[in-house]
Design a protein around this ligand. Structure first.
Ligand SMILES: Nc1nc2c(c(=O)[nH]1)N[C@H]1C(S)=C(S)[C@@H](COP(=O)(O)O)O[C@H]1N2
Ligand SMILES: [Mo]
Length: 319
């Protein structure tokens, strides 16, 4: 769809870069017809809320956007068109088809919304999403995002560093890792009806990664609140790692003393490792990671170590 067909030698053949969801799709084949039958019977549509019946932007948000740009993070390429980024989304809670996520994700109820920050901390707390907007320094950053599927984009996020949120709860010295969890609402997100998959989606970082200035909690994109397909109302962005680490629609952040199980690593540990730093030298078992294709333009670029953020994060992995 957005991939421009060419016959250049650098082209990544479609069958080489298979979506993360390829085996999910296969296993979903049977269950899909069951879900379709139930939906047709009106059971699901009858008991779920109507989509999109809330204001697009609250008065509080109107005061925040546009947020000041953090000039520490500049780009080596043009921004991806918003219409492209907002219509090509991995959000398996809603669909394995990137083009369908935008429509299906409108079902997600985004208010009220709370984020629990707990575990090995002195001051565990559940934050209302609007309070987070009021109490944290909101800024805009331009980041690259590299999906493990060998496509990439460059977008402006609005949000705050994860570190400032963690400091509010005072992590204790025993905490070695952070685990984040997405909502579990199978009647808003039909993908979660696939009961054999490890829902809700979880992801994790080491404490050092979470405290790095690059680790960002986004509440907005392109100068306005996140639309649901990008992970409203709040999601992680860790741009030196493959996109699947940047967990969407977060409801819980726990400080723990071990590396947590994560969604993709549980499904397929050989293909999706916990650390998942962007590295052009390490091929995915099913395709090369040496190059990437920008969505929208189809421009092919050499993939950069740490997605170009080595200066900020390479020291975390030295030795
Ligand atoms: N909860 C959740 N978070 C998720 C995903 C998902 O399926 N569920 N997909 C990930 C993947 S594979 C990518 S590439 C990015 C895509 O983010 P975007 O749609 O905002 O570009 O979200 C990540 N976060
Ligand atoms: Mo991805």
């Amino acid at each position: 769809m957005v991939h421009i067909k060419t016959s250049r030698p650098w082209e990544i053949p479609e069958n080489e870069a298979t979506p993360e969801s390829v085996f999910m799709t296969r296993r979903r084949f049977l269950a899909g017809s069951l879900v379709a039958t139930v939906a047709t019977a009106g059971l699901i549509s009858g008991c779920s809320p109507p989509p999109g019946d809330e204001p697009l932007i609250s008065d509080l948000e109107k005061k925040i956007y546009p947020a000041p740009l953090n000039k520490n993070y500049t780009l080596d390429r043009d921004l991806t068109d918003e219409s492209v980024a907002a219509g090509y989304n991995n959000f398996h809670e809603f669909s394995d088809e990137k083009a369908d996520v935008k429509t299906l994700a409108q079902r997600l109820i985004r208010r009220p919304w709370t984020v629990e920050v707990s575990g090995l901390v002195s001051k565990p707390r559940t934050f209302d999403i609007d309070d987070l907007h009021k109490m944290l320094p909101i800024e805009e950053r331009l980041y690259r995002l590299r999906c493990v599927e060998a496509w990439s984009m460059a977008v402006p996020w609005t949000g705050f560093p994860l570190r400032v949120l963690l400091e509010k709860v005072e992590p204790d010295a025993r905490a070695t890792h952070v685990r984040m969890t997405t909502f579990y609402r199978p009647f808003q997100a039909f993908g979660q009806l696939a009961f054999w998959e490890p829902w809700p989606y979880t992801e994790g970082l080491t404490i050092a990664e979470a405290m790095n200035d690059l680790a960002f909690m986004a509440v907005g994109i392109y100068g306005h609140p996140l639309p649901p397909q990008h992970g409203a109302p709040i999601r992680l962005v860790v741009p030196w790692k493959y996109g699947f680490k940047s967990i969407k629609s977060v409801v819980k952040i726990e400080l723990i003393d071990h590396a947590p199980a994560t969604f993709w690593n549980t499904l397929d540990p050989l293909e999706y490792d916990f650390t998942a730093n962007v590295d052009p030298r390490v091929p995915h078992p099913r395709w090369s990671q040496a190059r990437e294709k920008m969505i929208g333009t189809g421009q092919v670029r050499l993939t950069l170590p740490f997605n170009g953020y080595g200066r900020e994060v390479a020291h975390l992995y030295a030795g």
